[in-house]
Design a protein around this ligand. Sequence first.
Ligand SMILES: Cc1cc2nc3c(=O)[nH]c(=O)nc-3n(C[C@H](O)[C@H](O)[C@H](O)COP(=O)(O)OP(=O)(O)OC[C@H]3O[C@@H](n4cnc5c(N)ncnc54)[C@H](O)[C@@H]3O)c2cc1C
Ligand code: HEM
Length: 407
Amino acid sequence: MLQPDNAEIVKATAPVVIEHITEITKVFYPKMFANNPELLNVFNQANQAIGEQPVALASSIVAYAHHLLGDADFDFDAVIDRIANKHVALAIAPADYTVVGRNLLEAIGDVLGDAVTPEVACAWGEVYWLFAVDLISAEARIYQQIERTPDTMLTDHEIVAIEDAGTDARTFRLAPVDGSEPPAHIPGHYVSVVVQLRDDYRQPRQYTISSAPGTSTIDITVRRVTGADGAPDGAVSTYLFDRSVGDVVKVSVPVGDIRVSHGDRPLVMFSAGIGVTPMAAILSAARAQNSDRRLLHVHADADVAHHPLREQVAADIAALPNASGSVVYELNEDGTQGGLVDVAALDLPQDALYYLCGSVPFMQYVRSELIGRGVDAGDISYEIFGPDLWLGGSASSQASEEELARV
Ligand SMILES: Cc1cc2nc3c(=O)[nH]c(=O)nc-3n(C[C@H](O)[C@H](O)[C@H](O)COP(=O)(O)OP(=O)(O)OC[C@H]3O[C@@H](n4cnc5c(N)ncnc54)[C@H](O)[C@@H]3O)c2cc1C
Ligand code: HEM
């Protein structure tokens, strides 16, 4: 809860802060990297270049201010859970919040100038620290659950096998170099992989574990990102595609905010492209447990060659008593024009949970069709392979249609 005086100030100044929040975050990041260059290794620099992380941070602060003022119309715990898991995957520590807070509040002053009186600075400082405390405590709980600290989050893993998983997709099997068993994961969990791109520069990326828990390796399936229209090739996926068996990368303990992989309710999964990875893990885990849960997997892809993990997923579905799958290609195997997923035409089980993973426009289409068919929005969850510019479709998301279309 905000102090009553600060709540009044935040309410009065929220419109001007919200109007300038994207500008503020654009000032904030360069300022923070200039003051703390070691953080260039912690933040995804492609997200900075294409502007997604500033938008995600801005959206979350606006959403939090609405939440504090009591006019948020969505589940903020889910937002905290998503950000906290991402932070833990990146080994963020409580002390880092002081650095971020100092630079963010300075950036607010830089952008808003004289409008930031000491009282206004104090009120927005309280918003920041209330958000920080919520995140720090959520992160502390996750670190405790996985029995790690920020210092022990990332450990060396050897690439013990590399397998083709479709056009421009490969599965990398990773094993801890100290010979220990990989930590347990829930299907849908992801790891951060941190690679040394130059002597003085490393970068993290997240990859969903594409295999079931309980195996001797952590398997990730990576799509190689090729730069288009003069943009560079993907830094980390290209680095991984250049690796060989025996090479070593740093890998975090698996984490994630997925809530649907266990339970009795039917689960309907929609994936597109490399978004198949969490679905593959869920299906493999179900098969390993002889699950009789009703599982329906709908996958969309460019064509059969691009369909990642096609054989693994098909074999798991065939082995499960209550699972079925359907696949839609834009280009059919016989070269004829295919189609797109048509949610209205699907026979959906009663009382199902829904899980989506693919591009944001794909997920927005599926979600709005499901809601149109009477599905409760609370039964639909999703994974975005980048910063969440969408926040579950909350009204406070600052992402424009143009920004969403780029994801
Ligand atoms: C929770 C989660 C799970 C994920 N799971 C998977 C998974 O299972 N499999 C998978 O393949 N991926 C997954 N991802 C995505 C993955 O983390 C990476 O984002 C992806 O591999 C691309 O990383 P990269 O380093 O290769 O590309 P990046 O270097 O990050 O580049 C990304 C894009 O930005 C563009 N870009 C970079 N720099 C610039 C610039 N200066 N100007 C203009 N454009 C630029 C590039 O051209 C490219 O199109 C997941 C992401 C998240 C958050
Ligand atoms: C109240 C303070 C903070 C807020 C509101 C916040 C908010 C966010 C949000 C919304 C995301 C995107 C999550 C997603 O959808 O994937 C994110 C990711 C991230 N945050 Fe924070 N954060 C805070 C503090 C910090 C701190 C202290 C650090 C460490 C220095 C940090 C480092 C990161 C990194 C590295 C990412 C991954 C995204 C990327 O690299 O582009 N954050 N944060």
